[in-house]
Design a protein around this ligand. Structure first.
Ligand code: SF4
Length: 312
């Protein structure tokens, strides 16, 4: 086996597990929290219905409950995690809605509270690129000096026609500027992309992947489009059925994507992350282990690995 695979613990791509183990010397688990945020795309500032695929939990389906204190959420999540894992180090992950969308003083209190819990060694914050003003960036820089921090941005696609369809509410240039601002401050950034959005072909999807790779952020999260019950996308799909990717089509695109990403970009996710009882279609996305092992198999068949087709 080529030495590059050994450097990712035998995997053919650069996983988050590998990266965190390398940095902290042990397995690190994420604790998904709900900090009681809203989103400008839901509170009327930009829109009232949010992105077309967004569920009631604001893309935080596995986060704690917002009616509980942060302390209770952290304790509950650690209890859940420790049933399956032996880890005693955690990343506090602000996942639900737009987690920089409050006054800076409130943000500061919330982030520092999360960091104060035993075992929390870092913080991950999911937000929108249009919710990173100068004051917020200054706070993030301060946090970045004190702890292991990363910011997640839900780009989903670089194509403006699709962005309009999904009602994302900001243009690609806003994302590019946010990435530049974060990079200039040495703040790690992770970009989310959805593979299989309606109206996009394989070439368009890979162009989005290439754009993210070229942006030199720290990481990427990829997943196939899945339709969650009772979202606007669900109602659209019922009235205007469009073709969803098959598992084989998804594997083919995702392996191409892995090949064009730079080898140092950390891959946080390659499968969907929806809740079983909320998923409408495609059902194959529920078998995450099956999808991941099919990706490994296809990389092996191609004798390939992350970065093999990366062109700067
Ligand atoms: S930006 Fe996130 S929280 Fe806001 S509507 Fe879109 S998916 Fe939902």
């Amino acid at each position: 086996m080529n030495t590059i695979f050994n450097s990712w613990n035998g995997k053919r791509y650069h996983t988050l597990n590998y990266e965190l183990q390398r940095i902290f010397g042990q397995k690190i688990m994420k604790i998904s929290l709900d900090g009681g945020f809203s989103c400008p795309n839901r509170d009327g500032t930009l829109g009232l219905r949010g992105c077309i695929f967004c569920g009631e939990e604001g893309s935080g389906e596995f986060a704690g409950s917002r009616i509980d204190s942060l302390k209770d959420q952290v304790n509950d999540q650690i209890k859940l995690i420790s049933k399956k894992n032996q880890s005693n180090m955690y990343i506090a992950y602000f996942q639900s809605f737009t987690n920089t969308y409050k006054a800076v003083e409130e943000l500061k209190n919330l982030y520092y509270e999360a960091l104060s819990f035993e075992g929390v060694v870092g913080i991950a914050i999911a937000t929108r690129p249009d919710c990173l003003n100068g004051e917020v960036l200054d706070l993030l820089s301060e946090l970045n000096e004190k702890t292991f921090l990363w910011i997640e941005l839900g780009l989903q696609t670089i194509h403006e026609s699709t962005a309009k369809f999904i009602r994302r509410g900001y243009s690609l240039s806003v994302y590019d500027k946010a990435i530049e601002n974060l990079r200039n401050r040495n703040i790690r950034c992770v970009t989310h992309l959805i593979i299989g959005l309606p109206g996009e072909n394989k070439d368009m999807m890979l162009k989005s992947v290439k754009h993210v790779g070229d942006g030199q952020g720290w990481g990427i999260k990829l997943h196939s489009l899945y339709i969650q019950k009772d979202t606007d996308l669900y109602h659209y799909f019922i009235n205007n059925p469009f073709s969803l990717l098959t598992k084989d089509e998804y594997i083919d695109i995702i392996v191409d994507a892995i090949e064009i990403l730079p080898s140092d970009m950390v891959i946080h996710r390659l499968t969907g992350d929806g809740k079983r009882d909320l998923l409408y279609e495609p059902k194959w996305t529920l078998n995450k282990l099956g999808v991941l092992s099919a990706i490994d198999k296809e990389l092996k068949n191609r004798n390939s690995h992350q970065g093999i087709n990366h062109k700067a």
